[in-house]
Design a protein around this ligand. Structure first.
Ligand code: NI
Length: 137
C-alpha cells in the first residue's frame, strides 16, 4: 500500500496590487510592467489551487482531510490577502513585487510550514483565467 494520490483544494481571494520596481524610474517601470504599473493599483480575482500528494491512510481512506486543508488555507492565506492591497496592506509584499510568481512562492512557504513534510505540496495560482503559475515548478 504505497500508492500515491494527489488531492486538491481550490480557494479564491480578491486583491489589489501594483507591479513596479522601486529601484527603477517610472518610465522603466511603465515599459516593463505596462498597465500593471498603474499607481492607483488594480485588482484580480485570484484562484488558488493547492495540491497535496501522499499515501492513502488505511484508517480514513484519505490522503489528507480536505476540510482541514481548507481551514489551513483560509486561516493562513485567504484571511491575510483577501480584499487587501498586497503592496500596502501586507508585510510579505512591502519589499517584494507582488507578481503571481512571488505570491505563489509566499503562499507555498506559508502552507509548507503548516503541513507535514510527508506530503508533497504544490501551489497553482491563477491571476486571470489565462495566466497562471505553479510553484514548485
Ligand atoms: Ni495585475
Amino acid at each position: 500500500m504505497s500508492e500515491k494520490v494527489a488531492v486538491y483544494r481550490k480557494e479564491n481571494f480578491n486583491a489589489a496590487h501594483r507591479l513596479f520596481n522601486p529601484a527603477w524610474d517610472f518610465a522603466t517601470n511603465d515599459k516593463v510592467f505596462g498597465k500593471c504599473n498603474n499607481p492607483n493599483y488594480h485588482g484580480h480575482n485570484y484562484e488558488l489551487i493547492v495540491k497535496l500528494t501522499g499515501e492513502i491512510d488505511a484508517d480514513t481512506g484519505y490522503v489528507y482531510d480536505l476540510k482541514t486543508l481548507s481551514d489551513i488555507i483560509k486561516e493562513n492565506v485567504i484571511e491575510k490577502f483577501d480584499h487587501k492591497n498586497l503592496n500596502e496592506d501586507t508585510a510579505e509584499f512591502k519589499n517584494l513585487i507582488p507578481t503571481a510568481e512571488n505570491i505563489a512562492v509566499v503562499i507555498y512557504n506559508t502552507l509548507r510550514a503548516k503541513i507535514s513534510v510527508k506530503y508533497t505540496l504544490q501551489v497553482r495560482l491563477y491571476e486571470t483565467a489565462k495566466n497562471f503559475v505553479e510553484y514548485p515548478a
